[in-house]
Design a protein around this ligand. Structure first.
Ligand SMILES: Nc1ncnc2c1ncn2[C@@H]1O[C@H](COP(=O)(O)OP(=O)(O)OP(=O)(O)O)[C@@H](O)[C@H]1O
Ligand SMILES: [Mg+2]
Length: 175
């Protein structure tokens, strides 16, 4: 049996095409990491060391320059795996503003579920439950952009919990 998350000799660089010639910043230089189902893993490193970059490689926002990342056996480089991977691995971003998509809290939490084709009654149930879990149920009809940073993070977490992923990636969980 392979690990739930398998990272093999992963290399990743950002390329700034606006510069002439394009400037390449090599961030991940040969990462190997296996994470099993049920494991709870923290990645520590100084600012700019590549923690967020690595997290984004796990849910296929960043694709390997070389090496490979597998989620439940699915290669992140295969485009057909994109949606199934994002349903398995939910990510709460470092900056919650990047995650807000709707103008009402409960619609924001429901957004991904609608895209996943979940039944409306089930969406209602999951959204209410997730908002109660993070203590934001009273804010369900508020505008997300008017919430505090911590409240936005709670709403972002609710959106991920509601999807019932197998794994949650929390970027800067202590925030
Ligand atoms: N979109 C981007 N384009 C170009 N370079 C980037 C981009 N995002 C990050 N970088 C660079 O990649 C490196 C790693 O950044 P990353 O955000 O992964 O670090 P981090 O460990 O999450 O840092 P922090 O602790 O500050 O959150 C940094 O040098 C950063 O400047
Ligand atoms: Mg970061």
């Amino acid at each position: 049996m392979s690990s739930f998350i398998e990272i093999k000799d992963l290399h990743f660089s950002y390329v700034n095409e606006l510069e002439e010639p394009p400037v390449k910043t090599e961030v991940l230089k040969g990462i190997n990491l296996n994470i099993e189902k049920g494991e709870f893993v923290a990645v520590l490193g100084h600012n700019g060391s590549g923690k967020s970059t690595l997290a984004k490689c796990i849910n296929a926002i960043n694709l390997p320059e070389s090496g490979a990342v597998y989620v439940n056996g699915m290669d992140t480089l295969d485009e057909n795996n994109l949606l199934p991977i994002r349903e398995k691995v939910g990510m709460v971003f470092q900056n919650p503003d990047n995650q807000i998509v709707a103008t009402i809290v409960e619609e924001d939490v429901a957004f991904a579920l609608e895209n996943m084709g979940v039944e409306p009654n089930e969406i209602r149930r999951r959204v209410d439950e997730a908002l109660k879990t993070v203590g934001m149920y009273e804010y369900r009809l508020h505008a997300p952009h008017k919430l505090s940073g911590g409240q936005k993070q709670r709403v972002a977490i609710a959106g991920i919990i509601a999807m019932k992923p197998d794994c949650i990636l929390l970027d800067e969980p202590t925030a």
